[in-house]
Design a protein around this ligand. Sequence first.
Ligand code: ADP
Ligand code: MG
Length: 407
Amino acid sequence: MKTIDDLLQEGVSGKRVFVRADLNVPLSGDTITDDGRIRAAVPTITKLAAAGAKVIVASHLGRPKGAPDPQFSLAPVAKRLGELLASSVRGEVAFATDTVGESARAAVAALADGDVVLLENLRFNPGETSKDDGERGAFADQLASLADLYVGDGFGAVHRKHASVYDLPARLPHAAGDLIATEVGVLKKLTEEVARPYAVVLGGAKVSDKLGVIDHLLSKADRILIGGGMAYTFLKAQGHEVGSSLLQEDQIPAVIEYLERAKAKGVEFVLPLDVVAADGFPDLKNPVATHPTVVPADAIPADLIGLDIGPESRKLFASKLADAATVFWNGPMGVFEHPDFAEGTRAVAQALIDSPAFTVVGGGDSAAAVRILGFDENAFGHISTGGGASLEYLEGKTLPGLAALED
Ligand code: ADP
Ligand code: MG
């Protein structure tokens, strides 16, 4: 994969460089609630602008249906990007109100060397996400006409076969940006160049979302710790009652097969010993106290829902991470959005920080949890900007947006 430094060596001054970033941040109205992805995009943009490129930044935001939709406008992102770039780029960050129309063409034509423009949401155009190669290709042709070079830096979108991710790099000389290079380097340390013992902590809501990862990591990891909502399907598969906890009954056969395979391979599966349970799912919009109780994981009363891992489990999980050399964590240990059920997630985050291991946090909610609970992002080895993308990489899949940058 060509890097951005290779491009810089060839010279980018005066060239129009299309940067496919992932600026898909959570919004509440037009307030950005977590600007992590915008901050992660800054280094590549700054490098190109400093080298005299005319930088055209593009991204998707949310899931609009192939037509302009004001609630998914990148306008608030343009403003934030402008603030973050204020000290490092020459002019203000321009904003085009379309992607390949009049506004975009005029904004690109107006760029001086070192200037930056952000285009409007790529998904306002049906060609971006189309399953039809011709339709996607036609949109990619239009995007290609705006630029001379392509830099892929939207790690969170590389698992998508979309026009700006997959088809556009085939039409322009291309390279990987610094964020993608970093993310891929980290993923290699989780798959090819692993320091052992290698512990994987999985949580979150659904087992079905993470089956592919478990399947693949069974042949890589030394220990797999399971918390969150998915733990109850594992407990049930071991013959325990899980009360009214989240349960994916149809996944039990798969889970039983994983437990058996793990035993045969000598991979240690670690399940919660106790859980924090309540008699209903908490109201997350109005988080009042819930009077939770701690119950053994193998005897959850029928009328209770397990919503977090308990204190004994937290100690057990921390001990399994303390002597690891590599830790990958994806998925909160409980319903961390409510303070009564955030302690398991907090304990695992702290255990990662305390461990000498190379630690990686993947997954949108996990990364958000770490920040919301007030941890210092720099205390972790790496916090990935791509949930789905990193999981698919760890499943061993070929990611279209990475493959497109390779040739
Ligand atoms: P990520 O985005 O990090 O991959 P997921 O999307 O898989 O994580 O899961 C995050 C969600 O899982 C959170 O919203 C959290 O409330 C939920 N969750 C965690 N534990 C439980 C549980 N015991 N029961 C129900 N939901 C849970
Ligand atoms: Mg999620």
